[in-house]
Design a protein around this ligand. Structure first.
Ligand code: HSE
Length: 309
């Protein structure tokens, strides 16, 4: 038996400013691709990884893609073998949900090879296990939008309750990834476990504002709700020139600006593609003048999520 499939899964902007661990959205580019060929060997092998400069684990027990594919087959009591190729087409350790995109691509591929017995939402807990392996925390705000597409609210973790929000047209996301290393696990450890009630009130008002903004297609409401008074002030210190970039983005037409996931990528939302490109260029120039290289991307919200190629 030889059956093969290749899947693309997109990068994601987790948190969307105020919604730490509960909001995320998918972009069109960048993303990762995984190809799986099913066989009868009963063994899962990781035969090829490209685009990672040799940095990701080759051991199938430690690599996220092979680990979640194995988990999927175990949960379904299936004894197939699988040969996996992972093509990294996005930076990792960047705040763009790189490990999530890989895990999601692997799960969507193996499920498609089994002729789709599970829905995308059924795959979510397994993708979250991949996240636990990657950074020690099974949060869903990257994997859910990469799997489901669009903008996703994780209303509750126990029990898992995931809500897809309407995706307005005409929202453009500028992404700028400064070349500094911010591992997600580390960026989570520096967050304080307690928050002040006054900050919580501001934050949940803003989370409500972002959700309402997507539901009402009110981009200005989304923009003025993109205020994170709890996590951003702590993580901003890990991102060089964060506040200068924020000011520059807002002065140049962004409706909101914050950290993508755990950083160091930052993102801005704007109402026009030209403005979004202009912002990425200006932010990248600012970093360059200060001795830092960066990668930039401009995308609308990806309403589809992972797709079979
Ligand atoms: N919500 C997560 C965080 C996303 O901010 O740590 C990063 O994976």
């Amino acid at each position: 038996m030889t059956k093969s499939i290749r899947v693309f899964a997109p990068a994601t902007v987790a948190n969307i400013a105020a919604g730490f661990d509960v909001l995320g959205m998918a972009v069109h580019t960048p993303g990762d691709e995984v190809e799986i060929t099913l066989n009868d060997s009963g063994i899962i092998t990781l035969d090829l990884i490209t685009g990672d400069e040799g940095k990701l684990p080759r051991d199938p027990e430690k690599n996220i893609v092979s680990a979640v594919v194995k988990l999927y087959l175990q949960k379904r009591n299936m004894s197939f073998g699988a040969s996996i190729s992972l093509h990294k087409k996005m930076p990792f350790g960047s705040g763009l949900g790189s490990s999530s995109a890989s895990a999601v691509a692997g799960l969507v591929a193996i499920n498609a090879l089994m002729e789709q017995p599970w829905s995308r939402k059924d795959l979510l807990p397994l993708a979250m296990e991949g996240e636990r392996l990657a950074c020690g925390s099974a949060h869903a705000d990257n994997v859910a939008p990469s799997l489901l597409g669009g903008v996703v609210l994780i209303r509750s973790y126990m029990p898992l309750d995931v809500v897809s929000l309407p995706v307005p047209k005409g929202v453009f996301i500028s992404l700028v990834y400064p070349h500094v290393n911010v591992p997600t696990g580390e960026a989570r450890k520096i967050i304080k476990p307690q928050v002040l009630l006054k900050d919580a009130i501001t934050q949940w008002g803003n989370v409500g504002g972002i959700v309402a903004g997507f539901c009402l297609h009110d981009l200005d409401l989304i923009g003025r709700s993109m205020q994170d008074v709890i996590i951003e002030p702590i993580r901003a210190i890990l991102i060089p020139h964060f506040y200068n970039m924020k000011q520059l983005a807002i002065e140049n037409g962004a409706i909101g600006f914050s950290i993508s996931g755990s950083g160091p990528t930052v993102f801005a939302l704007s109402k026009s593609e030209a403005v979004a490109h202009d912002i990425t260029q200006k932010l990248s120039d600012l970093l360059f003048k200060n001795g830092l290289k960066s990668d930039t991307f401009v995308s609308e919200i990806n309403p589809i999520g992972a797709k079979i190629l």
